[in-house]
Design a protein. Structure first.
Length: 317
């Protein structure tokens, strides 16, 4: 699919969203049929859409309507449509696109799009910095201050305001809960696990399944899932660099570096196995990921090739 087909892909993404809506009317069905009949290319893209739709059967139909009607920044809405459109153009990446669409995050109280950062001040005065593609639900009541982290990564600085001092501050993921003990800490949600990094103070971790707990202190980090905890290890250097808009690398494998960089840009960022073990060190400004790729090409024996804007490969020069 060529870059000149962008409008067609956006139209297809629109129809895919509408087809999942609970109020998809007969008039709209006829309009969709006319759209498909405009050209062979329209029909081809729609067939791709149907393939993706088959992978989305577990998504409630009302989500389609939410995509179009839920208030959100224009940039975030465009990214949702682009993720769908990318899957339409490249059906083999349908599952990837499904994972990129924040289905479970659309009901969040606070969220960021891919490549976006945000700082939120909670009612108790605590600061929460949201990294790329992050979603949270927040509830503060007479029992606790509670954050449900659905996706992404946060840097949390708890408040010591007297009016809330008696209320526990708890962050929950699918893997368990973390209770702050007067602290500054980072929570990153992975598929199937959570990584906690404590920068100041301490955090008590209780896993969801086993109920076992451990206290992680400043300068330490630990990964855990619903049943197990990995050993506590020293915190990664510059673990909070992203909060300053920086991607920090210290003798990092290129493949791992590109995986991190890919969190901040749309589409596919692929590392050829031939250069996966090249080493990267330095601090990189995340506001311009294309500039970071250009720097890699200048400093390493690699070349950056673009099939489209959304499919980039780093390979041997």
């Amino acid at each position: 699919m060529q870059a000149t087909d962008t409008n067609l892909l956006d139209e297809a993404a629109h129809w895919l969203a509408r087809a999942h809506a609970s109020d998809f009317s007969e008039d709209e069905q006829r309009e969709l049929a006319r759209w498909r009949n405009r050209s062979a290319q329209h029909e081809h893209v729609w067939q791709r859409a149907e393939q993706l739709r088959g992978q989305l059967n577990s998504v409630p139909r009302v989500i389609g309507k939410a995509v179009l009607e839920r208030p959100r920044p224009a940039r975030s809405r465009r990214q949702v449509l682009r993720a769908v459109a990318w899957a339409l153009a490249t059906p083999s990446l349908g599952w990837f696109a499904y994972r990129q669409l924040p289905w479970q995050s659309w009901t969040a109280d606070y969220r960021t799009a891919k490549g976006e950062f945000r700082t939120v001040t909670l009612a108790d005065g605590s600061l929460v910095r949201l990294n790329t593609a992050t979603a949270l639900k927040v509830r503060i009541d007479h029992e606790a201050r509670r954050i449900r982290q659905l996706a992404g990564e946060t840097l949390i600085e708890t408040s010591h305001a007297a009016a809330y001092a008696a209320l526990p501050f708890i962050v929950e993921t699918d893997d368990g809960q973390m209770q702050a003990l007067g602290t500054r800490f980072i929570v990153r949600k992975f598929d199937g696990s959570t990584l906690l990094t404590v920068l100041e103070g301490a955090v008590k971790v209780t896993t969801a399944g086993s109920g076992g707990s451990a206290v992680i202190r400043a300068g330490e980090q630990m990964r855990f899932n619903g049943h197990d905890r990995e050993p506590v290890i020293p915190a990664a250097p510059q673990a909070d660099a992203w909060a300053r808009g920086i991607l920090y690398a210290e003798n990092m494998r290129l493949q791992d570096f590109l995986a991190e960089l890919g969190r901040y840009r749309e589409g596919i960022l692929h590392c050829d196995p031939g250069v996966a073990d090249q080493r990267v060190s330095g601090t990189y400004q995340l506001r311009d990921t294309d500039r970071i790729l250009a720097l890699l090409a200048q400093t390493l024996p690699v070349q950056v090739s673009r099939r489209t804007r959304y499919w980039v490969t780093v390979a041997p020069r």
